[in-house]
Design a protein around this ligand. Sequence first.
Ligand SMILES: C[S@@+](CC[C@H](N)C(=O)[O-])C[C@H]1O[C@@H](n2cnc3c(N)ncnc32)[C@H](O)[C@@H]1O
Length: 267
Amino acid sequence: MASDFTGKQTYQQDFDPTDYLETYYGAGKGVFIKDGFMEFALRKLHEAFTTGGVKGDTLIDIGPGPAIYQELSACEAFKEIIAADFTDRNRQYLVKWLKNEPGMFDWTPAVKFVCELEGRSDNIVGKQEKLRKTLKRIVKCDVTKSNPLEPLLLPQVDCVTTLGCLECACKDQDTYRKVLRNLSSLLKVGGCLIVTDILGSTSFLSGTKRFSLLNLDEAFIRKAITDTGFAMVDLEVLQRDFDKEMFDVCDHTSSIFYVARKVKEVK
Ligand SMILES: C[S@@+](CC[C@H](N)C(=O)[O-])C[C@H]1O[C@@H](n2cnc3c(N)ncnc32)[C@H](O)[C@@H]1O
């Protein structure tokens, strides 16, 4: 039976970067602003790249879509960030942000929040410049491929991050486990995989289009991580209050953040 899970080609055809950013991160009204997801992700990423000690030469950010806020702390801990997304429009959007073209989404609230966490609330302009210097490449990616960056073959890196992507890209639990193995192939042994996902969800709305989500839970993720050659280093779940209007847009019941260290190569 054919699956009705919206796959990567639906993202390529129907995922509009501007609609998405406004719906989820729009000032004051974005779903991820109102339910605390963005601040949760920023606080945990800040922790991972400071007290958590995650640092190195190269970090690959998988499935950023048109968003950059999830790289704001990483750019202090890594010499180079590579952003890797499936769709042409998302990658084009990121290239425009890199060139500081007019009319791009305004990330000032996120930048301000991270600067405050870093104790440098005067650094709002400098922080965006730092990220623009550190984000050196924007490349195509398909996490379902054994080399997600194919045809690019890179030396293994110190860190792979991904936020709000795996539940979109994986149609079932077997695919999630396979994707963890694919992402592991990009990492050195000892390197870290840092994931922020939403849990308990089945779909989300962006513009007028509804996209499928894999319904994930903490117990499954903990087991999948150890089964695929990682050790869990940190994990936190943020519960979400019920609000019908927000759940009609995206029906997750909580969010998860985890840091997992690669302990061995897996096939
Ligand atoms: C809901 S958006 C998340 C964007 C951003 N990370 C955020 O959370 O705000 C899901 C992203 O997953 C990407 N994606 C979907 N399938 C993918 C695949 N097979 N490989 C890589 N990225 C994929 C889409 O292009 C899109 O950018």
